[in-house]
Structure formats: structure tokens, C-alpha cells
Design a protein. Structure first.
Length: 468
């Protein structure tokens, strides 16, 4: 359907498209070698179809992005915006005949203001690079996705990504103050502000955050910064059941505690990490809870939290004495996804967020689904905000196992909705969860979201086939 908008045969159309792009772009910014363009076809999600780009474009300036969108609009060519392609929902997957618009070369940090506590950046800035740059000014940029060493700010904005620190500091959307966006027809629009407050007009900035490149191309962002917190200390608590660990989470949050990190690993994940890292975690552990505080007296806060864990049935509570021990404890969590990949060779990572009070029900339900489909499913969770990542481990070369993996994935999403949750807390919808988005927001919601899409992208050329 998308290719039908290009009336000329593909070779002729591609040649015409390339010539038009080169009229406003340097030669090294336009890639047409099929072996190269194929490498830009998809992100890291499983079970997501991907097409073949006609061309890959790597602009360095706002004006170059505007040129790309004007050409795309005139020729009716779809455009798929891309960052580092570390996403897990197929949101950056190409469609046949598209322009894959990679923004990774727009990687400048334009400004860091300690007084205004903002940073102004281009979309290709890597999350970790920004975090390190603002630390030199005594500031922090809290959102920290697991792929923070490689993922880009533009991609983080597109998917409204989260991270380990969300329980205290929130997600990407809470740090995006303003945006410069190139619209589908090439016009440049600015949204939001750089002031501490501002409520002028509709909040178009928030509209673009999480829109997965379907409404416009983010080319500049004003991001809020926080004062750099003290060094955090970490505690590990072992439990004889996932239910007991989830009870501890409820006690911690109901008690008014504000940890900087509160992560949970189920027994499947703990055993996979042990096998990979030889960390010596007890094989009897059914759930491991990791908590941290970055307060002025983190040791006292950890002691209070440890008592709550013991009251919930923790079999062992181990607080770190210093930053080095804290980092050692966190290695288990950071190794979890790699460890689960080793179980069967392929993983399908779900991203279901439920109310904290239903976290135990979610883990129990995932265990039942794993038994039903005869699969290994490990769960890691940002327990403090109820965001679970059930990770289905399967052999991609086994058709029956692949089918069972996909069925289990869908059942996990259904379970999340049944528990009052959402199909995605931080990974986005992309291709993977289109049908489930419709179930979550309902027909009226879909109708209104499509109406918004039509306003910003009347020709339907921006990242078509994503979200709905």
C-alpha cells in the first residue's frame, strides 16, 4: 500500500529520489548500497516485520532534515526516523521503499545551563554522553534506560523511555521542556519552553514525547536537569517467594520511602545470572530485591528498608558499605537480560506496567503462563513503579517454540490489562503491540489518535504502520 504511492518502477523511483535528496545533502549523507541500507532495516525487537529502505539519509543540520521532508512530501515517500535502533517494539523498523532517516550524526550538546538547569541537545546525543557532560557542572540527567551507553536522546523521546531510577526521578517525558520539530511538509515548529514553569496553549511537547516519530522529526530538545545527587548505597534482599518480595515492595512504598532504585529479579533470572556471572547468589532464592538510596544518610534509610524486608519474610538482607559494594550488587541486575539471552539464544522482552499493589499477581500469572506453554520466562522489574519485563526465552529455529513464545507474549499483555495495567511502560508500541494498543485505549481512543496523526501528517508518510 505504501509503495503504491510511488508510481514509477522502483529503480527509476529510487534514482529520482536519490537525485532529489542529493540536491540538498552532501554525498556522504545519502547511502544507497543495498548491503548498507539493509543494516538500517530494524531495531532489536523480535517478531516485528521490517521492509527494505530505498535510501538511508544521515543529516547533520536542521536544514538538511527539512530538505529530506520536503522531498519526501513532494514524492510521497515514507520516512522512518531512527536513532541508535536499540528499541524493543519495532518502532524504528523500515518499510519498503522508505527513507530511513538516521539522526545519529546530529550529536551535539548545544548548551548546558547550571542556572536554568537545562541542557539543549540534538537528537543523536547518546544518553550516557549527556549524563557525563552535565555531571561536570554538578548536575544530572536522571532518565537512564538499560541501553544508556548507546541509545540516543531522540530515541528516548520517541519512545518515552524509562530506566532504573524512575521510581524516584520519573521517566523521559518529565524532563522534556521544549522541542524543535520538523513537520512532515518540512516546516520547523518549536514547542514548550526553557523556563521552570509555562502553561501557554496546548502541551504539544508532551504530544511528541512517545509519538515514535509518527508526528514529526525531533531535531532539538530542551531538557530539564537536576542537581547531582549524593552517591547511592544499595541493599540486596533475598526472599523465599516472589509474593514475599512483592509484599516488601508494597510495605516500602506505603511507608513513604523514596528509594532511588527498587528492582526485582525472579528465580529464573537469578539462576540465569548465576550461571553467566558465577556471582554465587543462593540457588534457593526465589526473588531478589535490590534497593538504593541517594539521600544524605543512605545507610540509615537502607536500615529502615531492610527492616521492612525482614518483616515481609526476607531470608537475608545485605546492605552495601560503600560505592564499590553497591556497584557489585547492581551487576546482578545489569547482567540479567544478557543472562536470559543465554538460556535459549533468543529472547522476547515484554514491557507491562501494573499498579504496584498487583505486582505479586503479575509475577504469579507469568509463572502460570510459562508452565502452560512449557517455556522459560524470567521476570525483571522496576518494582518501585510496577514496570515488569517478562522475558520469554526460546529457540528461534524451532517453529513450535516460536509459536508458543508469541502466544505467551500476548497472554502476558492480556494479563497486564486484566490487572489494571498498561501494555507498555517505557518501550513503546511500534509494530509489536499495535493490536494491543487498540484494546487498551478502545475504538474512540484510536479514532482520536488517528485524527491527531492526520493533522500533523495528512499524507501518512511519517513512520507509517506504527502505533495503529
Amino acid at each position: 500500500m505504501i509503495m503504491s504511492r510511488i508510481e514509477a518502477p522502483r529503480d527509476e523511483a529510487t534514482s529520482n529520489l536519490t537525485d532529489r535528496l542529493l540536491a540538498g545533502l552532501p554525498a556522504d549523507a545519502v547511502l544507497v548500497d543495498p548491503d548498507v541500507t539493509a543494516s538500517y532495516a530494524n531495531d532489536m525487537a523480535s517478531f516485528c516485520p521490517a521492509g527494505t529502505p530505498a535510501v538511508v539519509v544521515l543529516p547533520r543540520t536542521v536544514e538538511q532534515v527539512q530538505h529530506v521532508m520536503r522531498v519526501a512530501t513532494e514524492l510521497r515517500v515514507p520516512v522512518v526516523p531512527q536513532g541508535a535502533r536499540t528499541g524493543l517494539s519495532g518502532g524504528a523498523n523500515a518499510v519498503d521503499g522508505c527513507i530511513a532517516l538516521s539522526l545519529t550524526r546530529m550529536d551535539r550538546i548545544l548548551e548546558i545551563s547550571p542556572v536554568d538547569r537545562v541542557a539543549v541537545v540534538e537528537p543523536g546525543v547518546v544518553n550516557a554522553a549527556l549524563s557525563r557532560a552535565v555531571e561536570e557542572h554538578g548536575l544530572s540527567y536522571p532518565p537512564d534506560p538499560s541501553s544508556w551507553e548507546t541509545c540516543t536522546i531522540g530515541g528516548n523521546i520517541g519512545t518515552a523511555s524509562g530506566g532504573l531510577c524512575c521510581v524516584k526521578y520519573g521517566v523521559t517525558a518529565e524532563y522534556v521542556l521544549g522541542l524543535d520539530v520538523v513537520l512532515a511538509d518540512g516546516r520547523l515548529m518549536s514547542t514548550g519552553r526553557r523556563t521552570a514553569k509555562g502553561v501557554a496553549g496546548y502541551d504539544l511537547t508532551r504530544l511528541f514525547v512517545g509519538s515514535e516519530g509518527s508526528l514529526g522529526i525531533v531535531v532539538r530538545a530542551v531538557l530539564a536537569l537536576k542537581p547531582r545527587p549524593p552517591q547511592q548505597l544499595v541493599l540486596a534482599a533475598e526472599f523465599a517467594s516472589a509474593a514475599a518480595a512483592c509484599d516488601a515492595v508494597c510495605r516500602i512504598m506505603a511507608g513513604g520511602h523514596v528509594p532511588s532504585l527498587l528492582e526485582l529479579m525472579d528465580r529464573t533470572t537469578v539462576r540465569a545470572v548465576n550461571k553467566l556471572t558465577h556471582m554465587g547468589l543462593p540457588e534457593s532464592t526465589e526473588a531478589l530485591l535490590l534497593a538504593a538510596f541517594d539521600t544524605p544518610d543512605p545507610a540509615a534509610d537502607l536500615a529502615a528498608l531492610g527492616r521492612l524486608c525482614e518483616a515481609a519474610g526476607a531470608t537475608q538482607v545485605v546492605p552495601a558499605d560503600d560505592a564499590a559494594e553497591s556497584e557489585l550488587l547492581l551487576q546482578a541486575r545489569r547482567s540479567s537480560l544478557i543472562a536470559l539471552e543465554k538460556v535459549k539464544g533468543t529472547t522476547m522482552i515484554d514491557d507491562v506496567c501494573v499498579p504496584r499493589s498487583r505486582l505479586g499477581d503479575m509475577l504469579e500469572g507469568v509463572e502460570r503462563i510459562a508452565e502452560k506453554h512449557r517455556l522459560t520466562i524470567g521476570v525483571v522489574a522496576h518494582a518501585g513503579d510496577g514496570n515488569t519485563h517478562p522475558t520469554v526465552c526460546f529457540d528461534a529455529q524451532d517453529p513450535d517454540e516460536r509459536a508458543r513464545a508469541r502466544e505467551s507474549f500476548d497472554e502476558i499483555m492480556a494479563l497486564g490489562l486484566e490487572l489494571g495495567g498498561t501494555i507498555t511502560g517505557e518501550h513503546g508500541v511500534g509494530v509489536l503491540k499495535k493490536e494491543w494498543l487498540a484494546q487498551e485505549i478502545g475504538p474512540v481512543g484510536v479514532q482520536m489518535q488517528r485524527a491527531v496523526k492526520d493533522v500533523f501528517d495528512p499524507l501518512g508518510i511519517l513512520n507509517p504502520g506504527k502505533l495503529f
